[in-house]
Design a protein around this ligand. Structure first.
Ligand SMILES: NC(=O)c1ccc[n+]([C@@H]2O[C@H](COP(=O)([O-])OP(=O)(O)OC[C@H]3O[C@@H](n4cnc5c(N)ncnc54)[C@H](OP(=O)(O)O)[C@@H]3O)[C@@H](O)[C@H]2O)c1
Length: 248
């Protein structure tokens, strides 16, 4: 069997970084991308030395071409593609902001789609593609309409993409995290409250399992979907949210 290889976009922080660590510990050769130079430098310092850490803006097709070419030169092919680069820009109808709207759709929807399109020649027959969406795509949260819409747009593509990939036995599935303790979550809560710990405690209290998600919860789900144990699963969304959003 050829070596398992993974490209993780948005792999310098939070869910993507935890997944890079887990897949690496399970013997994968791993490449990650991030956008900010500081985040890329920190990931280079913190991830295992042989993880390839690339700076690339998922909004730029030219930068995505460079990522695909560097990963191809290093690994030859990819058995796993984790499309996880994402941003969240809370806004209500009253605070709607066109530039922020365009940024969100450009990273979360267009960036994911074109990364998959451009990585296709590198993907092996039977490869697994996993996309981070979000429980918000199908559940309500004030101020989340644009981020939710960008994830929902990709979710809407998944059945078609699954059928397009099926002739080569390639699979595509989505994971939908609930509130997860990552730098993104903390930054977004800081913008709403001076007492982030209190807000997080309140969110945990409302969750049926009594806690927020942690990046490792998502990483283990991605590792399952990437593995042969999920070889007959495609076109699905798995919510990883401790039962959040199930109550009526
Ligand atoms: N945390 C949650 O509660 C939650 C819930 C539902 C869905 N999600 C989704 O989960 C995904 C990961 O989020 P996270 O919580 O782990 O956040 P995070 O810690 O902020 O990580 C986001 C990652 O995406 C990268 N990224 C952002 N913009 C990029 C761009 N233009 N080009 C390339 N990379 C870019 C970031 O790199 P830089 O830091 O360099 O920009 C970082 O590596 C996102 O799609 C998010 O919407 C998260």
């Amino acid at each position: 069997m050829s070596a398992r290889t993974a490209l993780i976009t948005g792999g310098t922080s939070g869910i993507g970084k935890a997944t890079a660590e887990l897949l690496h510990s399970r013997g994968y050769r791993v490449a990650v991308t991030g956008q900010r130079p500081e985040g890329v430098a920190q990931a280079r310092a913190e991830l295992p030395e042989d993880v390839l850490v690339l700076q690339a803006d998922a909004r730029s097709l030219a930068e995505t071409d460079k990522v695909v070419s560097e990963v191809g030169a290093r690994f030859g092919s990819l058995t796993t593609l984790f499309l996880n680069a994402g941003v969240s820009r809370p806004m209500t109808l009253a605070t709607a902001d066109e530039a922020a709207y365009d940024e969100v759709f450009s990273v979360n929807t267009k960036g994911q789609f074109f990364t998959l399109a451009k990585a296709l020649p590198l993907l092996t027959d039977g490869a697994s593609v996993i996309v981070t969406v979000g429980i918000g795509a199908t559940r309500s949260l004030t101020g989340n309409s644009v981020t939710a819409g960008s994830h929902g747009a990709f979710l809407g593509m998944i059945p078609t993409l699954a059928l397009e990939l099926a002739p080569r036995r390639m699979r595509i599935n989505a994971i939908s995290p609930g509130f997860t303790d990552t730098p993104m979550t903390r930054a977004s809560l800081r913008a709403q409250s001076d007492d982030v710990a209190a807000v997080m405690a309140a969110i945990a209290e409302k969750n049926p399992f009594g806690r927020l998600g942690v990046p490792a919860d998502m990483a283990r789900t991605v590792a399952f979907l990437a593995s042969d144990d999920a070889a007959y699963i495609t076109g699905q969304e798995i919510m990883v949210a401790g039962g959040a959003g199930l109550a009526i």
